[in-house]
Design a protein around this ligand. Structure first.
Ligand code: NA7
Length: 546
């Protein structure tokens, strides 16, 4: 295309990760729309294209961390083990792109810089950094919640550092850590994954910890093809269970309270789930783990005891085990060999609760206690979740109001799917959406969007956006849900608390995926009653419950 041209489309999708690829497939193949996807990276994959740090691996089991929409795809792809590595996931997504001929509608190395809604035409004008303009009726954000907005804290002195530094989410492919002195700042899911692997490469590793975290062992292992054959035979049941589960996984709690059973029985259940590893421990045990602080403390104590067993030095164990927040009140962490890494002589914990980090020097990190001389600083400091990806785009809705203005006091949307005054803009995993196994929750979002667009086309509706009341009532519902769980006021990226200055509001509904899903389905019943529906072609506008 010649630079500066304007193209008319039905839909623009931003991002070609898991959700953008499915959005393209669904809107193009199932609805017959003309769709264009923009992706700032040079290939598909999103999170799995960008996160290439040592040890990058999915912490959800492979057999349910994949698309379910195509039986053929499920039957032809075999995973190498329980948890797929970044490289394997990227190959899978590349295979999906080829198999469904998705690349022809994806513009790579192209960043969307603005999206403006025009009230009169009810159309969006999308501009890219190539200087081109695209006019479309539907705008779908599939930018993901994390990967496209890495966060690095501004620690004074970084510009003086003589070594190399990087963020885990933008890993330099030429960075060789063999024999180097390395500092990793951050012990969230990413830090916990990369620390054991970097420890095996570096001459000495300094782990800079601000807060200790609970961690559950992954119990990773390779998986025989025969096991996947069994899974394939049960896939209908597995997906159905996952779609109506607590978190998008095919396991359920046992329906009992922690206090309904004896200590021995409880301990046996926890030990069995601990051996199975990962999220089964969180989603497959007792019903009140996430809703009763007393029940949670019983589980937390079990986890602390298991963590203690893995650390040889009791003084170190005290620093690495959390006591100040409920188990599961921050995003659960699944690890392979994390705590054992601290038993090595060439790994040192720098506990920021004991020695404040003052600055970065030319030679490394200066704390209140001493200077740590390093060659490389790795920032495993997370992401500006959910709203971060939108900061790089000028999104302007009805009456010239920008999304940043709309979200100035905290991000909100209706169902995590649509924003009041931003008609026909759909946000996959937007603020207030559910938190769970992403491929499962994302497929539901895409299909909900597809159903909504199909409804609009059937009904001659040009544009739709949720009413302000629907959006604010939904936000209150999400807040109430959070208050009814053990998450409460615990700070983390789930509420935006990890980003200085970001308004603290729940960015996810953390209650139950099953409940969230039926709430979305109900919102569509009866002709999307809580949405403003604009029939401009017929000159007829319906403003719902305002
Ligand atoms: P997280 O979970 O946000 O973890 C970031 C880590 O970085 C965490 O340990 C933070 O400490 C630490 N951090 C952040 N800022 C600082 C400063 N200024 N000084 C020291 N330490 C700091 O990000 P991840 O990448 O690990 O995981 C994000 C998600 O990706 C994960 O949940 C999965 O869904 C995939 P804190 O605990 O806040 O004290």
């Amino acid at each position: 295309m010649t630079e500066g041209t304007q193209v008319r489309l039905d839909a623009v999708v931003i991002g070609a990760g898991f959700s953008g690829m499915y959005a393209l497939y669904h809107l193009r193949e199932r609805l017959g729309l003309e769709v264009q996807v923009f992706e700032s990276s040079s290939d598909v994959g999103g999170t799995w294209f960008l996160n290439r740090y040592p040890g990058a691996r999915c912490d959800t089991e492979a057999f349910i961390y994949c698309y379910s929409f195509s039986k053929e795809l499920l039957n032809e792809w075999t995973w190498s083990g329980k948890y797929p590595e970044q490289r394997e996931l990227l190959s899978y997504l590349q295979h999906v792109a080829d198999r469904f001929d998705l690349r022809r509608d994806i513009a790579f190395n192209t960043r969307v810089v603005s999206a403006h809604y025009d009230d009169d035409s009810a159309l969006w004008t999308v501009r890219t950094d190539t200087g081109d303009e695209y006019v479309c009726q539907y705008l779908v954000s599939a930018m993901g919640t994390l990967a496209s907005a890495p966060y690095r804290p501004s620690i004074p002195g970084i510009e003086d550092f003589a070594g190399r530094w990087c963020h885990t989410g933008a890993w330099p492919q030429d960075l060789d850590l063999t024999g180097r002195r390395v500092a990793v700042i951050g012990t969230g899911s990413t830090g916990v994954q990369t620390i054991p692997v970097i420890a095996g490469q570096a001459d000495h590793l300094y782990v800079v910890q601000r807060s200790p975290q609970y961690t559950v062992p992954a119990q990773h292992h390779t998986v025989d093809a025969a096991v996947f054959a069994e899974v394939r035979a049960r896939y209908d049941e597995i997906w159905e269970q996952s779609r109506w589960s607590l978190g998008g996984f095919p396991w359920q709690h046992n329906g009992l309270s922690v206090f309904d059973v004896s200590h021995e029985e409880r301990d046996a259940t926890f030990r069995r789930l601990w051996e199975e590893g990962g999220f089964r421990f969180i989603y497959g045990s007792y019903k009140d783990l996430m809703t009763s602080l007393d029940a949670n403390e019983v589980v937390a104590e079990f986890v602390r005891a298991r963590m203690r067993e893995r650390i040889e030095d009791p003084v170190l164990a005290k620093k690495l085990i959390p006591y100040d927040h409920p188990f599961g009140s921050r995003r659960p962490i699944v690890d392979s060999n994390y705590l054992e890494t601290f038993n090595r002589d060439d790994v040192t914990l720098v506990d920021l609760r004991e020695e404040e980090l003052l600055r970065i020097t030319t030679r490394g990190l200066l704390t209140e206690a001493r200077e740590y001389q390093v060659d490389v600083i790795v920032f495993a400091t997370g992401f500006d979740a959910v709203t971060g990806p939108f900061r790089r785009i000028d999104v302007t809705g009805k009456n010239g109001v920008t999304l940043q203005e709309h979200w100035a006091d905290g991000a909100s949307s209706y169902l995590g799917l649509m924003v009041s005054d931003f008609p026909n803009m759909f946000t996959i995993a937007g603020p207030g959406s559910t938190f769970g196994n992403h491929p499962v929750t994302m497929e539901h979002h895409v299909e909900w969007i597809g159903d909504c667009i199909a409804f609009m086309r059937r009904s001659g509706i040009d544009s739709m956006d949720p009413t302000a009341d629907a959006e604010s009532e939904y936000a209150e519902e999400v807040r109430a849900q959070i208050r009814s769980t053990v998450v409460g006021e615990t700070d983390s990226w789930w509420s935006g608390a990890n980003i200085p200055g970001k308004p603290k509001v729940p960015l996810f509904s953390l209650y139950s995926y099953r409940k969230y899903r039926s709430t979305c389905d109900k919102a569509a019943l009866g002709g999307y009653e809580r949405f403003n529906r604009n029939h401009s072609r017929a000159g007829d506008s319906v403003t719902a419950d305002r």
